[in-house]
Design a protein around this ligand. Structure first.
Ligand SMILES: Nc1ncnc2c1ncn2[C@@H]1O[C@H](COP(=O)(O)OP(=O)(O)OP(=O)(O)O)[C@@H](O)[C@H]1O
Ligand SMILES: [Mg+2]
Length: 190
């Protein structure tokens, strides 16, 4: 069920023209940059986007410009664990065997979970409660179990579905931001 929804959503993104995709993404950024949770966050965690994912480069640039700390995860497949490292223009990156670009743990500065004010959680589809279908690794579901900060997803509205068939281990994000605006999860109480 999750697998089908993931594939259907990726197909919808794939069908979208580059022009529409880019226009929607820039509208989305306008909504995001106005959010108090974005403005107030001093340390922001996000992933390096690729393919038809909402690009995160503009978020990185914007965060740097106002002096925020950006951090990016490295996944450890053996333990299904991830660690976030500070990401600066100097950070040495490695490519993992998933084809992801990740900070080199040997030379990067690890950031404590509790020091991350805002976590931008990647995913393929999201529902009204903030439940998500990720890429299937369970990395975020594990990491977020004891994450104390605010979680947020950025996506295009074609990625928003009525209901994610959430399992016991799935954790919702607090907010989903798309080109249509900000949707706060009904499960979110600050
Ligand atoms: N807290 C957890 N403890 C142990 N196993 C977990 C936990 N969370 C998820 N898993 C396992 O990880 C696997 C993948 O989970 P799921 O299908 O929800 O991935 P996903 O949400 O798409 O991935 P991600 O969280 O990386 O975006 C499942 O087999 C699940 O049992
Ligand atoms: Mg999950």
């Amino acid at each position: 069920m999750k697998k089908e929804l993931r594939l259907q959503t990726l197909a919808r993104l794939d069908e979208m023209s580059t022009e529409t995709f880019e226009q929607s993404a820039s509208l989305l950024f306008e909504h995001l940059f106005q959010l108090p949770d974005w403005k107030q966050a001093e340390t922001i965690a996000l992933t390096m986007s690729r393919g038809k994912e909402v690009p995160t480069r503009p978020l990185i640039e914007s965060a740097w410009q106002v002096g925020k700390t950006v951090c990016v995860p490295t996944c450890f497949p053996k333990t299904k664990d991830m660690t976030f490292y500070e990401y600066t223009p100097e950070t040495k990156m490695k490519s993992s065997y998933f084809g992801l670009t990740e900070p080199d743990p040997e030379t990067s500065i690890a950031i404590d979970k509790a020091a991350i004010d805002l976590m931008i959680v990647p995913g393929v589809c999201f529902d009204q409660q903030g439940y998500r279908i990720g890429y299937g690794g369970g990395y975020y579901d594990r990491y977020l179990v004891d994450y104390p900060g605010v979680t947020l997803a950025v996506c295009l509205s074609v990625q928003q579905i009525k209901q994610v068939p959430a399992e016991k281990h799935d954790l919702p994000v607090s907010m989903v931001v798309s080109e249509k605006g900000v949707q706060v999860s009904s499960l979110y109480h600050k």
